[in-house]
Write a protein that binds this ligand. Sequence first.
Ligand code: GBH
Length: 454
Amino acid sequence: SEETAGKGDITFPKGFVWGTATASYQIEGAVSEDGRGPSIWDTFSRTPGKVVGGHTGDVACDHYHRYRDDVAVMADLGMQAYRFSIAWPRIQPDGSGPVNPRGLDFYERLVDELHGHGITPIVTLYHWDLPQALEDRGGWTSRETAERFAEYAAIVHGRLGDRVETWTTLNEPWCSSFLGYGAGIHAPGRTEPGAAFAAVHHLLLGHGLATAELRAAGAKQVGITLNLAPISGNDPLAVAHIDGLQNRIFLDPVLRKEYPADVVERARRFTDWSFVRDGDLDLIGAPIDLLGVNYYSPTTVELRAGQPANPVHPGSEGIAFVQGEEERTAMGWSVVPSALTDLLVRLSRDYPGTPLIITENGAAFDDVLVDGRVADERRIAFLDGHFRAAHAAIEAGADLRGYLVWSLMDNFEWAEGYGKRFGLVHVDYASQNRVPKDSALWYREVVRRNGIQS
Ligand code: GBH
């Protein structure tokens, strides 16, 4: 009650949704089971030198076989929602044509298990595991991939549409395009800036075409998840440059039906944008019900003569990326909770009218399992700070509907392999034992109270 509320207490709006998130290739394993075809991440992770330690997702958390246990863990933790992704190569092993019913069966079992425990499923249709057969025909640099993606979306909705209300099309198209086709840090490992811009457009077109399919099929809520970062710095043009490449190149087409003119202009040295056709932006900018925000860390830039381009931001010569004295996670990312407030407030100011949900936020730390316990107080402090920052944004008027922590459990951290642990639940990769960390038990209380009691 008001009387007993302490000074540092915060309570979220009624109906605020709490949960966790994962992605198919990072947790499932079972890469050649039940008719799954190869994805670009199978190929990439098996290419020497691409992933730390030569790790692959072949076994990962073995979630494909242990999903019942994992749902039980979520239920024990009082989770209300679970965001997971569907592996396209399980549904269409060749990326197009014949459907593999055993792939759909798995996700139907998972969704039913979630409902059986009162947990709301939130489906991501694409979290980076493109069928290799489509990459062989150009991947996201090809318009065809966008069209195939829409067909795949319709197939999945056809099976799960009666039991899944919330759909997001893509996870972080920035990573797929700029890390995958521009910098080569992610699959498919191409290093061509021009290809990265073509991938941006075809990913967004895929989102638009899939959204149309989902709408036609009667999907209740449709959205997209972007990895957004507040950009700051002492030079407004440098800030605008990186903000354009990181944030506006996705936000503006989806929420304003246009590419930002300054980004289009600067990218002309890499592409003539001829892949953008009449009508594409109307599809891409069709209304969405929910914008998923993945937030990890802010970016600070400054002008520095002679600075070579950062390969993840084509054309960024002369701009240096700097970090302050803030605490860093095991990934080396600065911990700045206030930047989350800034980001959410900026989104509601610049792109009003679209409800927001945090589809990922979390951190990797050097966790150790001692006597069956992980005392991850740094993760508790991280989440406490970011939950408070989200609450401050709501108080400032942001329409934030929920918060999904990355991640339910330790998993395959892409190019970093298994060494980086983002989980609320510890995974022993030898035994596949799951142990909720102290942060998971702390989070259970936050969810139970719909807030923090300090
Ligand atoms: C998300 O990516 C993914 O959706 C998820 O699968 C992944 O496991 C999780 O986050 C943790 O990484 O690289 O120094 O310039 C987030 C990817 C994180 C990429 C922040 C850009 C900027 C810091 N982004 N990163 S840096």
